[in-house]
Design a protein. Structure first.
Lengths: 374, 342
């Protein structure tokens, strides 16, 4: 199966990329992901100055992770060697950089390009440690930052965007007009993961970035929005821990996908699992190349007025095998579903309004929608 | 006698690798570097700096010239420059001009005689003809501060007019209307820029700039204190004051409190610079922060790059570092969330 992907002019052996974060804090760390099979790595965010990290800075609840991790603790000089380690091993490396003015951003970009980076990702959308409005909120500022970098280096430049903005289309278009060759999305989402009831304290002492499984729907929507706004390759990020998730992003138009939280929580072994799962799925669906599935779901996204109003209601596809389960009954908003003492499901077609919730609530997938006769 | 060849032989590496450990340690793996260094220690080998300098036509020394060693701002720049110089195997010669242009010129002459590799002038009082004199001697030159004189010289600078505008806009947003300004010494372009920013923002918001509300200080704590005493005698008194640096702001808060005024209850105070002391006084000082340490870091990085560049490779870089509003307690801001994020 051919998983190779051309992304911003980089030829990657597969579309899976280690995203910027704690697991890309050194050359040795990035080699672990490369050896496990990823097509490229993105460095931890590189700055001119070091901002020391606080302890603790990570907390998990459910499938989600909040971090108040800032940026690299290595100097710019150190990164020359760290990037060299990845390049010497034949890896493809994207340097994530952060500066606050166009001239400073261009300075950093020239430096990391000189160290051998294959591409640059502008890390301008962290939800913590920066302003109330993230840097990537303002299209004119994005334009100036991107333009200065694009004009200064010969390697591709992509911009990492965040869902913490009011108009994602506008900021994506600013990056595009300024000459960005790609966009990655999404950065972590501003969050407070929870409050410890006994101590009455937030789980971490300041606002942080939310990542992991729960943010995937936000990432999918962002990728689709960007793909429908600009003609640029997109690297999808957010909640990817299986080949199905990767395929969802690709089907919504992503060229590549970045992951990190799943590796932190489940280890590097998920990289070969994702890649082999991806190959098997493509083979079983008679695809030869991953490119063939790209964007296949994106073209099916509709505007409300394009969705045909069909008089659909719910019906059973098979009898309910779970005697005690009443989830469909409880969740039916129109009280159309009832269960007899013998465990039989009854649907009142006059009451069913076709909302569809029963289909995804039922653990046994006993419901479907059909066009009612009336 | 130990020499570089014997070190290489014993460490099992090439002479070129030993040379890299000495000149570009960042290009050598940790393991090799440690091995070579341990052999050097064992053999009591230390490179002959003078001989290396002759070969490379380098002294491996750069200089930073600052106007006032007592001002924590300039020592922060020095800290940044020193960290990068040391990281790259260079010495730093620090010169303090005490804001005296003649002293600055004499330092430059001394540095030229010492064949220094490069000079960083921080907020210099020198003119373009002085810059050209340094460059004629093939000494690399870099400016910390706005470069209006010579397009061939790289610089790292901040925008003081915009910084002042951020401070004054913050006061206006909170609701203050009668706003005074304690200025710094107008010998310095950065102080003049701050006053321009103050006036532009006030008039832009349709507010009056009363001439007697401009009180002239001299950049230190004492003058801030004295200015505050003048300020509190004005009628009608100002509701808030923008002070052009934190040292004066700290002095001013002290003066206002001595005169029985509450800060920010009776009068709001915003400073400029974000020096460490500002977050330890009561009330904690709202101020404008600008990345001074980073300015030193970037200045040293560009200077060293230019020293190491081949002729014709140097591209002038003018790096702007934006100021940011640092909201604390001295202006009566009540939005805690903006204090956390800004």
């Amino acid at each position: 199966m051919d998983l190779s992907t051309d992304f911003m002019g980089l030829h990657l052996k597969n579309p899976l990329i280690l995203s910027s974060g704690p697991l890309s804090s050194s050359g040795e760390m990035m080699l672990k992901a490369l050896n496990a099979g990823v097509g490229a790595v993105v460095t931890e965010t590189i700055l001119n100055e070091i901002r020391p990290n606080v302890r603790p800075r990570l907390v998990k609840r459910g499938e989600g992770l909040q971090n108040i991790w800032l940026y690299t603790e290595l100097t710019l000089e150190d990164w020359k060697r760290e990037i060299g380690i990845v390049k010497d091993a034949g890896g493809t490396l994207i340097a994530n950089i952060l500066a606050y003015t166009p001239s400073e951003m261009a300075f950093l970009a020239k430096k990391v390009a000189g160290f051998g980076a294959d591409a640059i990702e502008l890390g301008i959308s962290s939800p913590h440690g920066e302003g109330l409005e993230i840097i990537a909120s303002h299209s004119d500022e994005i334009y100036e930052l991107v333009k200065s970098v694009v004009d200064s280096v010969d390697i591709p430049v992509m911009v990492k965007l965040s869902p913490n903005v009011t108009n994602l289309t506008r900021v994506a278009q600013a990056a595009w007009k300024a000459g960005a060759q790609g966009i990655s999305a999404i950065n972590t989402v501003r969050s407070i993961l929870g409050v410890d009831l006994e101590s009455r304290e937030p789980l971490l002492p300041t606002y942080g970035g939310y990542s992991g499984d729960p943010i995937r729907p936000i990432g999918l929507a962002a990728v689709a929005t960007i793909k429908q706004s600009v003609d640029l390759p997109v690297s999808g990020i957010g909640g990817i821990s299986s080949y199905e998730h990767l395929l969802e992003y690709i089907m919504l138009g992503a060229h590549t996908c970045q992951l990190q939280t799943a590796l932190m929580l489940r280890g590097y072994s998920i990289i070969p699992e994702i890649l082999s799962g991806l190959c098997s799925w493509l083979e079983s669906h008679s695809y030869h190349r991953i490119e063939e599935v790209r964007g296949t779901a994106l073209s099916k996204l509709k505007a409300f007025e394009e969705i045909i109003h069909e008089p659909k209601i719910a019906r059973l596809t098979s009898p309910c095998p779970l005697e005690q389960c009443r989830m469909c009954v409880i969740s039916c908003l129109y009280e159309a579903i009832s269960k007899t003492d013998e465990g039989r499901i009854r649907i009142d077609p006059a009451k069913c309004n076709g909302c569809g919730l029963c289909m995804s609530v039922c653990p046994e997938h006993c419901f479907e929608m059909f066009l009612s006769e009336d | 006698m130990a020499n570089i060849r014997k070190v290489a032989q014993l460490a099992g590496v090439s002479v070129a690798t030993v040379s890299r450990v000495l000149n570009h340690p960042e290009r050598v793996s940790d393991r090799t570097r440690e091995k070579v260094i341990s052999v050097m220690k064992e053999m009591d080998f230390s490179p002959n700096a003078l001989a290396r300098g002759l070969t490379l036509k380098r002294t491996n020394t750069i200089s930073l010239i600052i106007p006032d060693i007592q001002n924590p701002l300039y020592t922060e720049i020095a800290r940044g420059v020193e960290s990068i110089a040391h990281r790259n195997g260079n010495n730093l010669l620090l010169c303090n001009t005490e804001k005296d242009v003649e002293k600055e010129k004499s330092y430059v002459r001394m540095l030229i005689e010492k064949k220094i590799d490069g000079v960083i002038l921080a907020y210099t009082g020198l003119q373009d003809e002085d810059f050209q004199e340094i460059m004629r001697k093939k000494i690399n030159l870099l400016l910390c501060g706005m470069n209006t004189a010579n397009k061939k010289i790289s610089s790292v600078y901040s925008d003081f007019r915009n910084g002042a505008a951020l401070a004054v806009r913050h006061l206006i947003d909170i609701g203050y209307r009668r706003i005074a300004c304690i200025t710094g010494s107008d010998r310095y372009i950065e102080n003049r820029e701050k006053v321009k920013g103050f006036i532009e923002t006030m008039t832009g918001a349709g507010l009056e700039v009363y001439p007697h509300y401009l009180i002239h200080g001299d950049d230190d704590i004492n003058s801030g204190f004295m200015c505050a005493l003048k300020l509190q005698k004005l009628t009608p008194g100002p509701e808030a004051v923008f002070v052009c640096n934190d040292l004066m702001a700290i002095g001013a808060i002290n003066g206002l409190q001595k005169a029985g005024l509450k800060v920010p209850g009776d009068i709001g105070v915003v400073g400029y610079d974000n020096i460490v002391m500002g977050s330890f006084i009561e009330p904690k000082l709202t101020t404008i922060s600008w990345p001074v340490y980073k300015m030193g870091i970037i200045a040293a990085r560009i200077l060293l790059d230019e020293i190491n560049a081949k002729p014709g490779e140097i591209q002038t870089q003018n790096i702007l570092l934006e100021p940011k509003l640092k909201i604390r307690k001295s202006c009566g801001n009540i939005e805690r969330v903006s204090e956390i994020f800004n």
